[in-house]
Write a protein that binds this ligand. Structure first.
Ligand code: NI
Length: 390
């Protein structure tokens, strides 16, 4: 794989950063240590550092040679997950209940590697903005950075990001035009029944039974009310009710997630979930309160920038390593907020090697494959030299 030679030489150092971050995971908007680590590295290479954007977010600004006004944004996420790591290797999480199980430690180290190389070589003309965002895992750190004026303060003609992919082999990348990830929304349902004695159900209104009916009825929206060729997911992941074996509770609480690829389908989901839930509850004499929270819009790549990303990826991985036609994922990604503001492309980089890298993200035995670090950094660096030529 023709990674940039100079970047290949950084691999041991990048691996050190990555493992240091892995050992010290921090949750969204709490990435104080990570943010300070990144800021210190950027500053040590002479990159201008701007901190405190969306709290722990930061941007490093590097100007190339010449006086071009062109600019590019490269983005990494920094947050970890609230889960216990099951790995026992030396760089496993030192923080109970916190784990870098999505590889954001690797994304951060990858972008740092590219920053170090570009600061050293400055073989480009224009400005590179290295965007390190907090809180990708549900907190919407990308949205907050945009709301706090990210692109007004740090103009970017285009913006690019990567995510590691354990289901793709190391040395390949998925670079796909259009919508590549789903809109990710949350639903909260409260079923109000009428509590009572378990042996006298006719004097109560059982919200557990109604909640169960609602759960099943909601699946019929996906099965019967949406186009089978237009993907949608409703997953009810929490169902809380009751406190005893012989008490029909007063209330049941359900919550879950909704994923859609098309804006129209997203609107339809919001409408139908409320309609079906309320009608199902009413059919059994209960009432229901539905709250639909729009979290992340779909992650939609732009055609021109996707072609540019594919060209840069092919320089590193070869034409055969670049997959242009993989189907979208129903996962969410808050880089989508940046793609709503500026054209750009989000790329999945394969990280499954001979021995490691294939454990899925969010699994307690996941680990970022350090062999991907020079690949990802070479991709970012190549993209900059290609898009901001001297
Ligand atoms: Ni992730």
């Amino acid at each position: 794989m023709p990674v940039i030679n100079r970047i290949a030489e950084y691999t041991p150092e990048m691996t050190g950063w990555r493992r240091e971050l892995h050992e010290n995971p921090e949750l969204g908007f709490q990435e104080a240590r990570t943010s300070a680590f990144v800021a210190a590295k950027l500053a040590s290479w002479g990159i201008e550092v701007h901190r405190g954007i969306a709290g722990t977010g930061l941007v490093g600004v590097l100007r190339g040679q010449g006086d071009s006004r062109r600019s590019i944004g490269l983005r990494a996420d920094m947050d970890a997950l609230p889960m216990e790591e099951a790995n026992s290797f030396a760089h496993a999480s030192k923080v109970p209940g916190r784990m870098h199980a999505c590889g954001h430690d690797g994304h951060t180290a990858t972008l740092l590697g590219a920053a170090k190389y570009l600061a050293e070589t400055r073989n480009f003309s224009g400005t590179v903005n290295f965007i390190f965002q907090p809180a990708e895992e549900g907190g919407g750190g990308g949205r907050v950075m945009v709301e706090e004026g990210l692109f007004e303060r740090f103009p970017c003609d285009a913006v690019y990001g990567i995510h590691n992919a354990p289901d793709l082999p190391l040395g390949t990348a998925s670079v796909v035009d259009g919508t590549i990830m789903a809109a990710s929304d949350r639903i909260y349902i409260t079923i109000q029944g009428y509590g009572g004695h378990a042996a006298k159900p006719h004097l109560a209104i059982d919200p557990v039974m109604v909640g169960a009916q609602v759960m099943v009825a909601l699946q019929a929206i996906v099965a019967r009310r949406t186009d089978p060729l237009d993907s949608a997911v409703i997953s009810i992941c929490q169902f809380h009710a009751g406190s005893a074996n012989n008490v029909i509770p007063d209330v049941a609480e359900l919550s879950g997630t909704v994923r859609t690829l098309q804006p129209g389908t997203r609107d339809l989901m919001e409408k139908l979930i409320a309609q079906v839930t309320e009608a199902t509850a009413a059919a059994h004499g209960a009432s229901a309160l539905v709250r639909y929270e729009r979290l992340y819009p779909p992650c939609t790549n732009h055609t021109e920038q996707t072609d540019k990303a594919a060209r840069a990826a092919a320089r590193v991985l070869g034409e055969t390593g670049v997959k242009r036609d993989l189907p979208p994922l129903m996962g969410g990604e808050d880089f989508s907020f940046m793609l709503l503001e500026r054209p750009g492309c989000f790329v999945f980089m394969g990280q499954a090697g001979a021995e490691r890298g294939a454990v899925p993200v969010h699994h307690p035995e996941y680990d970022f494959n350090d062999d991907m670090l020079p690949v990802g950094a070479s991709y970012f660096a190549t993209l900059v030299e290609q898009e901001l030529p001297r």
